[in-house]
Design a protein around this ligand. Structure first.
Ligand code: NAD
Length: 364
């Protein structure tokens, strides 16, 4: 008997809503044409959840999504909720999912689709055939470290502070994921830190070196984050797998997105492994809710659609569907269809929903 796949879809805010409609089209196609047994449940997160439930992520929602086989999320945030207290903002909903489900390993592949070679601001020879993977630690570091806050020290003078903290255990588990992943690729791993000035990342580097002894076939290198940002745009093909901390990974992957042509092209998978060996996972585009283009049909849904492909690869061990989705994206791009963010002369500009329809035509 076929296993029912329980998937939670959290569209969130801004363009998260629009790209989720396109994600649903692809999932519906998979149910109809590949005969997959999928139970899709839509849930609230971010501003959408604040408006309805008064909180960016309710405990009931967290409970339901944690029981699903995989989670797909659009994006959260927007100007409407920016003046709320920090703990009540939409982004806290997303961080809560990552933390509560312990989704510590974030995979952010930056792959240049051949037809998009002219959409990048870099020269074609620099990015042709680019296929790199950034593995970002997602549940530790400065985004979660305590103490944090803003406090008054005297009249008209406040102190804002965050704590960059990593434990050996936190580093070790992301190191193992990174080395294991490097073993399945070109066996080259670059660890990015700032060990020259930050003690927590000095520990990061030491644990990476210690872990490398268990992986004699992987060539480990180290790079300071400032140099890595520069090298990513100078010669990105020198990298294969990059492993780095929460904040450095956040910044470097946005930088890497422009190698691929647009932030709207970068999917991601966030994975956690429980004590009993079960995996929990959430799939989402790297970009945010893009309030500047929300509601205008301008959002590129491809990062979201590629995230569905990653879900089939990582959560359901179905490489075939991953390949089918990637191929459909590549062919639609080859045929010249482009959302505005990846448009170049001579190509056909399409809206968010038109792009989703083109993907469906190709899947068919
Ligand atoms: P953003 O990623 O939303 O947008 C940055 C720029 O990229 C904008 O010009 C936007 O129009 C463009 N862009 C992003 N995705 C696109 C797509 N699919 N197609 C076409 N263009 C796209 O980042 P921002 O503007 O810094 O943040 C906006 C809001 O999103 C903030 O509230 C922020 O906190 C939130 N945010 C959420 C996430 C998330 O949900 N994972 C990630 C980053 C930012």
């Amino acid at each position: 008997m076929k296993k029912k796949l329980k998937i939670s879809l959290l569209p969130g805010d801004g363009i998260g809503q629009e790209i989720s409609i396109e994600a649903k089209k692809v999932l519906t196609w998979l149910v109809k044409k590949i005969d997959l047994d999928i139970e899709l449940n839509e849930e609230l997160v971010g501003g959408a959840s604040i408006d309805t439930l008064g909180t960016p992520l309710s405990n009931e929602t967290l409970d339901r999504i944690s029981k699903s086989d995989a989670i797909i999320l659009g994006a959260v945030g927007g100007p409407k909720w920016e003046s709320l207290d920090f703990e009540k903002r939409p982004e806290r909903g997303l961080l809560k999912i990552r933390k509560e489900l312990d989704l510590f390993a974030n995979f952010r592949p930056a792959i240049v689709f051949e037809p998009l070679i002219n959409s990048s601001s870099l020269k074609p020879e620099i990015i042709k055939d680019l296929d790199i993977l950034i593995i970002r630690e997602l549940t530790g570091g400065i985004y979660f470290g305590q103490p944090r806050g803003i406090e008054k020290i005297e009249e008209d003078n406040h102190r804002g502070f965050n704590t960059l903290v990593y434990t050996t255990k936190e580093i070790k588990r992301i190191a193992k994921v990174a080395f294991d992943t490097a073993m399945t690729r070109s066996r080259k791993l670059c660890s990015v830190d700032k060990a020259n000035v930050l003690e927590s990342t000095e520990l990061w580097r030491n644990v990476m070196i210690e872990t490398s002894r268990e992986y004699p076939d992987v060539e480990l290198s180290h790079m300071y984050v400032d140099n890595a940002a520069m090298q990513l745009v100078r010669d990105p093909k020198q990298f294969d797998v990059i492993v780095t901390t929460n904040m450095f990974g956040d910044i470097l992957s946005d930088c890497a997105s422009m190698l691929t042509g647009s932030l709207g092209m970068l999917p991601s998978a966030s994975i956690g492994i429980t004590n009993t060996g079960d995996t929990k996972a959430m799939y989402e585009p790297v970009h945010g809710s893009a309030p500047d283009i929300a509601g205008k049909g301008l959002a590129n849904p491809l990062a979201m659609i590629l995230s569905i492909g990653m879900m089939f690869k990582y959560s359901f061990a179905n490489e075939a569907i991953f390949e089918i989705i990637n191929k459909a994206v590549e062919t639609v791009l080859k045929k010249g269809f482009r959302t505005k963010d990846i448009f170049s002369n001579g190509k056909t500009i399409v809206s968010t929903s038109h792009m989703g329809d083109k993907i469906l035509e190709e899947l068919n």
